[in-house]
Design a protein around this ligand. Structure first.
Ligand code: HDE
Length: 698
């Protein structure tokens, strides 16, 4: 049976050219390019520094050595202050529905037209080298290279935010990141500083409900939503304004993992998310999202229970449906991680004519921060000269010079107005084509104050909790208990649980019980919460994916594994658009029942079941006896069980289950007696997990 190997770009890498002495130079010639310095000078010896005699001191004269080390010393740029760990890919946006009546942006005019895009996903709190499965918000930043310049929708996978005013952003980020004296914990909010701040900022409660939910541990970037978060405006040719919230809806549906998997994945494969994106694109399974718009007018704004300028609130999809108008497809990995993913500069203020801001105080603050931060990170004002940041439409301006300016104007004229004639005279502003904001009428005293509705901190937090299934509610409770258990100061735990009493009594009681503490008094809300109708769209499990497409099955196999069963499984899994990988006692592989040798994708010790969405345990009788003695194999099945995965198995596998302590199989186990049983297993997998296994016992 042929096994699939993920092709990678490195497959095409040139042969290694290491040698102790001068072999490289001897090789160079013919098709082999000669190694040069950055100045282009050919290099004779890249192995030895220039020195007096074989054992003598190095010479300052060695310009090749000095240049090489100098450049290496300066390879790093500051990592992003937030969203440092990220992964990007190229693709396109394709319009499905013309929006000409409500938005004049060029990108929204012609159905079927494709606009190049670059997307970077990220975690927020961890440093660049942290693990992918941290409990965290995921950044979902989209750069659209439109014919009217770059438009960046710098969003997250959660539709609300922790704070209402940009003034508090440095405090939020300081509190969430590692504590300044000790430099830990990394990529985790489970520590005193974060919960101290969060419990003192009731406006963050709604967002906390989301970050304690499974939304903060997505299965993959491909299976999560994206949100522009703020309310923006769309403007049509007549200058009419429509309010809008941006959504990205994943074609393969929503999916998250459970916390114990996240903990284990961070060790087993800290690059789980980036590897998933890379492999999906490289194998032609291009990740895809639909662009959705919630469109509303001033009348809705006036009637809504909350302020649409408050980024800690969302607009339920049941109230304003999401209109899907196009798709975003990622179909090309980067050529170079640093040049593209690291140097890409997203900026909320990058909008195009037809798209405008609102007075959301968070958005207004972001519009300053994103430009400012690029100067520090990318080292100068010319970061738009980098190919990843440069517009792909014609552009012309009089900005000049600065560090690393490599797109330089030709000719004499670098100012405006000027009286030269074209083409020397250069570009002119265009009132007709240029960006013009909506001419709002503003009045009022110059004050530091928020709108009255901003004071409702709990109504939507309650709505979120009550919209979840019991399994999801249990996960939220467990997450609060886990995080607050890491808080050393009991007063902080009590203050947080006091806030949770304003969200939901059962939630607060369950968290207090989980922490082993008395239920503290409820904190006094700034504004009494109001019950809102539950919203199905807020739950992951109430919105199951259309199929098992894009998911992965791990088959635990041994020598003597029944080949017909394995072939049938591979066929059915692939027909579903999913992937089957073989996990064997040794990476060298197995000899199947018909004598064929099958290489393995993973040795069981390095291929735990957390890497898969479902597992198949298919040992021969003898193989099962050996696996029953193998701690990694026992962990494979007991974790698959604990994580509520569907488990296909042969009769022989029971020996392994027994030794792993899995004595009472449930309906999540599917026995494969013959190839004909395989389709039933794959159909079951469409539900992704057998949640009955962990449903709270009533
Ligand atoms: Fe950001 N944020 N942010 N943010 N943000 C940055 O910009 C900032 C906020 C988001 O993949 C920084 O280039 C302020 C909300 C993403 O490169 C910085 C405030 C949302 C990314 C910055 C916010 C986001 C960033 C750091 C509060 C969701 C990664 C490096 C007013 C709607 C983009 C950089 C990428 C990155 C500032 C709040 C999303 C410092 C001041 C709300 C996805 O400019």
């Amino acid at each position: 049976m042929p096994t699939r190997r993920t092709p990678t770009k490195s497959d095409a890498a040139p042969a290694s050219r290491h040698g102790a002495g001068g072999e490289l130079h001897q090789e160079a010639g013919g098709d082999v390019p000669v190694l040069t310095t950055a100045q282009g000078g050919p290099v004779a010896d890249d192995q030895n520094t220039l020195r007096y005699g074989p054992r003598g001191p190095a010479l300052l004269e060695d310009f090749h050595f000095r240049e090489k080390i100098f450049h290496f010393d300066h390879e790093r740029i500051p990592e992003r202050i937030v969203h440092a760990r990220g992964y990007g890919a190229h693709g396109f946006f394709e319009l499905h529905e013309s929006l000409a009546d409500i938005c004049k942006a060029d990108i929204f005019q012609r159905v079927g037209e494709k606009t190049p895009a670059f997307v970077r996903f990220s975690t927020v709190a961890g440093n660049k080298g942290s693990a992918d499965l941290a409990r965290d918000v995921r950044g979902f930043a989209v750069k659209l290279y439109t014919q009217q310049g770059n438009w960046d929708i710098v969003g997250n996978n959660i539709p609300v935010f922790f704070i209402q005013d940009a003034m508090k952003f440095p405090d939020l980020v300081h509190a969430a990141k590692d504590e300044p004296d000790r430099g830990f914990p990394q990529a985790a909010t489970a520590h005193d500083n974060f919960w101290d701040f969060a419990s003192l900022m009731p406006e963050s409660t709604h967002m906390l409900m989301w970050t304690m939910s499974d939304r903060a541990i997505p299965r993959s970037f491909r299976f999560m939503e994206g949100f522009g978060v703020h309310t923006f405006r769309l403007l049509n040719e007549a200058g009419k304004s429509t309010f809008v919230k941006f959504h990205w809806k994943p074609r393969l549906g929503l999916q998250s993992i459970v916390w114990d998997e996240a903990v284990k994945l961070n060790g087993a494969d800290p690059d789980f998310h980036r590897r998933d994106l890379w492999n999906a694109i490289q194998t032609g399974a291009f990740p895809e999202w639909e662009l959705g718009l919630q469109l509303f007018d001033q009348e809705f704004v006036d009637s809504f229970d909350f302020d649409v300028l408050d980024a800690t609130k969302l607009i339920p999809e049941e109230l304003v449906p999401v209109r899907r108008v196009g798709r975003l497809v990622l179909d090309r990995v980067v050529d170079n991680f640093f040049a593209e993913t690291e140097q890409v500069a997203f900026m909320t203020q990058n909008v195009v004519p037809g798209v405008d801001f609102t007075n959301d105080p968070l958005l207004q603050g972001r519009n300053f921060s994103y430009l400012d931060t690029q100067l520090k990170r990318l080292g100068g004002p010319n970061f738009t000269h980098l190919p990843i940041n440069a517009p792909k439409c014609p552009f012309a301006h009089f900005q000049q010079d600065g560090h690393m300016a490599f797109r330089n104007p030709k000719g004499r004229v670098n100012y405006e107005p000027n009286s030269w004639s074209q083409p020397e005279a250069g570009p002119r502003e265009s009132p007709a084509l240029g960006h013009r904001g909506f001419a709002t009428e503003e009045e009022g005293p110059k004050i530091r104050e928020r709108g009255a509705l901003f004071a409702d901190h709990y109504s939507q937090a309650r709505q979120f909790f009550r919209s979840q299934t019991p399994v999801e509610q249990a996960h939220i409770i467990n997450a609060f208990v886990f995080e607050l258990s890491k808080v050393e100061t009991p007063g902080i735990r009590a203050r947080m649980v006091g806030n949770l009493r304003n969200v939901d009594a059962e939630l607060a009681e369950a968290v207090a019980a989980g922490l082993g503490m008395e239920l503290p008094p409820a904190s006094a809300p700034a504004r009494a919460p109001v019950d809102q109708p539950p919203s199905e769209a807020l739950s992951i499990l109430r919105n199951p994916p259309p199929s098992f497409e894009g998911r992965k099955v791990g088959a635990l196999v041994t020598d003597g594994t029944e080949i017909d069963l394995l072939k049938a499984l591979q066929k059915a899994v692939e027909a579903e658009g999913a992937v089957l990988e073989l996990v064997a006692p040794k990476i060298g592989g197995i000899t199947a029942s018909d004598g064929t040798h099958l290489p393995a994708h993973h040795a069981v010790a390095g291929g735990p079941s957390v890497l898969f969405d479902a597992v198949a345990v298919l040992p021969s009788e003898e193989g099962a006896v050996l696996l029953a003695d193998n701690p990694a194999a026992k962990g494979f099945v007991s974790d698959a069980y604990a994580h509520s995965k569907f488990i296909a198995h042969t009769a022989a596998a029971r020996t392994l289950f027994k030794s792993a302590g899995l004595m009472t199989p449930d309906k999540g186990f599917v026995e494969l007696k013959a190839a004909g049983d395989v389709p039933g297993f794959v159909r079951a997998c469409r539900a992704l997990r057998f949640w009955e296994r962990e449903a709270p016992k009533g």
